[in-house]
Design a protein. Structure first.
Length: 284
């Protein structure tokens, strides 16, 4: 007598309980791509909010019983969710839903820029587009307090005294436009792009002195202040022009650095910088 096959399971076949769990056990799953089915089901819980950000996933034994699978299959599914940026594994504690959108964006875009062999200039050009859009939204949405904070960050890019101070000031200044736009997805995209470009710039001159970085940052200081002034005036057209001019200067400056001018994010020499940004983003 032929042995009956286990039913295929899809996210639509499973009803989520109000407390975030699945209503009843899923039961034995078909062997082909079992882990993929688990990933799909758990992903549905995560994106629907049934498993909220920062929530701890059930223990491995409970997940194995619920899905009717083995421990290794559960671990494979968790690794898959981790690779997607949806889950983070804390050794000795368990698996948790990623606490912020930045990690998800960073994992996805990090893989994309590597696979598509994106160049540094392309990254900066995209930053210009994103920051230009954010600036236009900020003209309408930014509070006076937010604009004042952006000015402080712009000033800090000129007066910083250490590499860390300068790098933090530049990233804070550029990402502040995304924050002031009050668009969470846009802000997350800008944070990833800006952090990656800054990491690449700093990494390409790791042996340079703090004085080098003070001069490097201050050389574009007037352009950053011009962006702030246009935002303070709530002038979208002149602000857009100021944002574009700033990024054009950054592109030209990158072209003077051979390590960045011809580099692609698929290059092994840049992999560690990208990995650092992804890891920092996932930690929030």
């Amino acid at each position: 007598m032929a042995r009956p096959r286990a039913a295929q399971v899809s996210p639509g076949d499973v009803e989520l309980r109000g407390d975030g769990g699945l209503r009843g056990d899923v039961g034995p799953m078909a062997r082909p791509k079992v882990a993929d089915q688990m990933i799909s089901l758990l992903r549905a819980e995560i994106v629907s909010g049934a498993l909220p950000r920062g929530a701890r996933l059930p223990p491995e034994r409970e997940l194995a019983q619920r899905f009717g699978v083995s421990g290794p299959t559960v671990r494979e599914a968790i690794r898959g969710l981790s690779a997607l940026g949806l889950v983070e594994v804390r050794h000795g504690s368990g698996a948790y839903v990623a606490p912020n959108i930045d990690g998800i964006v960073a994992v996805s875009l990090g893989a994309l820029v590597q696979l598509e062999e994106v160049g540094v200039e392309e990254l900066i050009r995209l930053c210009a587009v994103l920051n230009g859009y954010a600036a236009r939204l900020a003209v309408e949405r930014a509070t006076d307090e937010e604009i004042a904070a952006i000015r402080v960050a712009a000033q800090a890019t000129i007066t910083g005294t250490s590499v860390d101070d300068i790098a933090n000031a530049i990233t804070t200044f550029l990402t502040s436009f995304g924050e002031a736009a009050h668009d969470r997805l846009l802000a997350a995209l800008i944070r990833f792009m800006v952090n990656l470009v800054t990491e690449l710039e700093i990494g390409s001159h790791e042996r340079e002195s703090a004085e080098f970085w003070r001069r490097w940052s201050a050389s574009a200081g007037s352009l950053r202040l011009a962006m702030v002034e246009r935002l303070e005036e709530r002038d979208p057209e002149r602000l857009a022009a100021a944002v574009a001019e700033y990024h054009d200067v950054v592109v030209e400056r990158i072209k003077t650095v051979p390590a960045l001018r011809d580099a692609r994010l698929s290059d092994p020499t840049l992999a560690r910088f990208l990995a650092r940004v992804v890891a920092d983003s996932s930690r929030g």
